[in-house]
Design a protein around this ligand. Structure first.
Ligand code: LMR
Length: 396
């Protein structure tokens, strides 16, 4: 069966991590995969997570299966982070959450569910979008199209073009929106624009699916949920796929969630019953540990406060690196205007570096950047900034 196969093409993001690991240059820099690095270039376990794990280890009594939808304590924690404590979306019980293996697992389950319920629906993603969206939804049998998002010249969100593009989406199709820290551009709609989008998408009877993987990395935990909360209050139905890889640093624990929001509790429970079966057929039930960590932190006031402080430290360090990057490029003689990088949100920026320049940075300087020119600002440190900016100056 396998002898007829040729090598598959490497994944544009994780394939780069493999190449980075194999590179023996001690000065190598990885700005590829979206993983947070501290000032020492490490991705440490958060202190709040360590404390929660100690508590879990002490109190855990079984390794029995979780239900198909995962832990109910975790679902409570997810909904509180998504919608805010005491929100109507929670108190009306018209939202139902399943714990999933990472945000990728959540997106795939969303794709499987959409394919079952509305097989003809096409999924519309922003141009550009996360490189894996195409693969995840394509494998679920969903056809994809794009709507405009980014203006290459101004390096800004092209909101007018986005709105015009959405007006072309047929009723019944699904639109994927990045809740905050758009991957790969780092450009998000403002509050007024989110309002506009919620109204337009409802009027046109388009189904919204949020990908929400960076809560807390743009402005704040509640602030970053502004768009999503507006939608939850105003649209009849939606899906939200979230991940806690970045904001809890739980990359390897694979912890995410898929939340269905409907008009009533009964509708949500009916839709959820189908999601549970979809889960059963794909991976049966989720792994427990990561969800237990999030639930433990969220249920403990002290741990939660500690976690919030840790998230704000991550956010502030990324912002500092954005500003330092712009400043250092200037001091290295770069004349092109990179000031847009300091105005973007989250880990990623669309640098404008060409494929050729990206390749040259890899070959000549062991600097790893995704082909599209997306850079992970969280991989920059005070220690590697000079070296990085000198190399970029030389390839520009
Ligand atoms: C990224 O975009 O780099 C992250 O979401 C990690 C991944 O799985 O691609």
């Amino acid at each position: 069966m396998f002898e007829q196969l040729e090598m598959a093409t490497a994944d544009p993001i994780l394939g780069l991590t493999e190449a980075f690991k194999a590179d023996e240059n001690p000065e190598k820099i990885n700005l590829g995969v979206g993983v947070y690095k501290d000032e020492a270039g490490a991705t440490p376990v958060m202190t709040s997570v360590k404390k929660a794990e100690a508590k879990i280890l002490e109190q855990e009594t079984t390794k029995n299966y979780l239900p198909m939808q995962g832990s109910s304590e975790y679902a409570v924690a997810v909904q509180e982070l998504l919608f805010g404590a005491g929100s109507e979306t929670i108190s009306s019980k018209r939202a139902a959450t399943a714990q999933t293996p990472g945000g990728t697992g959540a997106l795939r389950m969303a794709g499987e569910l959409i394919k079952q319920v509305n097989p003809k629906a096409r999924l519309w993603v922003s141009d550009p979008t996360w490189a894996n969206h195409n693969g995840i939804f394509g494998s679920a049998g969903i056809e994809l199209s794009t709507y405009p998002y980014y203006n290459t010249n101004s390096k800004c969100l092209d909101f007018d073009a986005m709105v015009a593009g959405i007006k072309e989406i047929p009723a019944g199709d699904v639109i994927l929106l990045h809740g905050c820290c758009h991957n790969p551009t780092g450009l998000d709609p403002n509050e007024e624009q989110w309002h506009h989008l919620a109204t337009l998408i409802t009027q046109r009877k388009i189904f919204p699916l949020f990908d929400f993987a960076y809560q807390g990395l743009a402005t704040g935990i509640d602030e970053d949920a502004t768009g999503l909360r507006l939608f939850a209050q105003n649209v009849p139905e939606m899906l939200i796929a979230n991940s806690y890889s970045k904001n809890f640093g739980l990359y390897s624990e694979r912890v995410g969630g898929l939340t269905i929001v409907c008009g009533s509790q009964q509708e949500a429970q009916t839709a959820f019953s189908h999601l549970k079966l979809t889960i059963r057929r794909c991976y049966s039930n989720p792994p427990s540990h990561g969800g237990a960590i999030v639930a433990t932190i969220m249920a403990d006031k002290t741990l939660r406060a500690e976690w919030e402080t840790e998230v704000s430290q991550i956010r502030l360090r990324i912002k500092e690196m954005r500003e330092l990057f712009v400043k250092t490029l200037k001091t290295k003689g770069v004349r092109d205007d990179f000031s847009f990088i300091a105005r973007q949100n989250g880990m990623f920026s669309f640098s404008g570096l060409t494929k050729y320049q990206v390749e040259k940075l890899k070959q000549d300087y062991s600097i790893y950047i995704v082909d599209s020119g997306r850079i992970n600002v969280a991989g920059m440190t005070h220690g590697n900034m000079d070296q990085l900016c000198e190399a970029i100056a030389s390839v520009l």
